[in-house]
Design a protein around this ligand. Structure first.
Ligand code: MLT
Ligand code: MN
Ligand code: ZN
Length: 305
């Protein structure tokens, strides 16, 4: 199995268009050692040239231009994206669907029932796409059994409902229901190798922790360093936890969980908010991660497992 990181930033990207925090200003001016990042998306393949796009980022067109394998050029109109799967119905994970409207077939889309409802009501994007390519929706099962996504037949997928949050426009914002956010366990049927992916993880529930322990690579929520990062900056009144993101710091923070995984597990943070100090590669937080064996995903990162 191979995973290609198309976009490693959280909503807003890095730098964010209207932000002059230390990181955004620093990366624009070149005064800090940091890489610009596009909004959250990865692509997964079993190795047969067919890819699953996980999340359709607002930055998808630039992401596709930077990753030639998604354009195999076998016909006048072509793509190696065989299907799209959404982890939630947030703006940063869904807006790119508009950019796929020229698809020649109906777009194969996998998302949960609550995400589908948000994307046909609060944000009726899937209805709008009916005027273009249209969408064939497949409901992601939430009961914990494995499912296949044709034609990616060598991969087995299991979705885990996560406690996080619904999008701000959703009728269940702050009252999340099972399926508003999922984590994804992907197993290569040939090698038995496993990936756990969860860009929005608000709480370490037992079944999530079990899934992470069973994985060879975890690619998990790296949104904020501290819970009050945005509040302390005066950028927002929202804490990381209230948005459904476990901060890295603190007793119950992501780093303390990652430290308890088996030594063989590759640990990678993704969906990094532009305010997060780990983006500064000369900073003490980045050094702390390195010492703890935790990697920070970047656009173009390619993971073979
Ligand atoms: C989130 O995961 O909370 C989103 O990135 C927020 C957003 O897109 O505005
Ligand atoms: Mn997001
Ligand atoms: Zn910023």
């Amino acid at each position: 199995m191979r995973v290609h990181v198309l976009g490693s930033a959280a909503g807003g990207g890095f730098p964010q268009w209207n932000c002059n925090c230390r990181n955004c200003d620093g990366v624009r001016r070149g005064t800090i050692k940091a890489r610009a990042r596009t909004q959250s998306s990865i692509a997964i393949t079993g190795g047969d040239g067919q890819w699953l796009l996980c999340n359709a980022s607002p930055d998808i067109l630039a992401q596709l231009q930077h990753f030639a394998e998604l354009q195999p050029a076998r016909a006048l109109r072509d793509t190696a994206i065989a299907a799209v799967l959404l982890m939630d119905a947030q703006i940063d994970h869904t807006t790119g669907l508009y950019m796929l409207r020229e698809h020649r077939q109906r777009l194969k889309l996998w998302c949960t029932q609550p995400a589908y409802e948000d994307l046909t009501r609060g944000n009726p994007l899937l209805k709008l796409l009916e005027h273009y390519c249209g969408v064939d929706w497949n409901a992601i099962p939430l009961e914990g059994h494995a499912f296949a996504i044709a034609p990616l037949d060598t991969l087995r997928f299991t979705a885990l409902p996560l406690l996080s949050n619904a999008p701000p426009y959703s009728p269940h914002r702050d009252r999340p229901v099972a399926g508003d956010n999922i984590g994804l366990l992907v197993e290569d049927a040939g090698s038995g190798r496993r990936l756990f992916y969860a860009p929005g993880l608000g709480s370490m529930e037992p079944q999530v922790w079990d899934a992470m322990n069973s994985a060879d690579v975890v690619l998990v929520d790296g949104t904020c360093w501290t819970d009050t990062e945005l509040v302390d900056l005066g950028a927002s009144r929202k804490t990381a936890r209230s948005m459904g993101h476990l901060p890295q710091q603190g007793e119950d923070g992501m780093l303390s969980w990652l430290a308890k995984l088996p030594a063989r597990t590759r640990r990678i943070l993704i969906h990094i908010n532009n305010t997060n100090p780990i983006l500064d590669e000369d900073g003490p937080q980045f050094a702390q991660l390195r010492a703890a064996g935790v990697e920070v995903a970047y656009d173009g990162m390619d993971i073979t497992l």
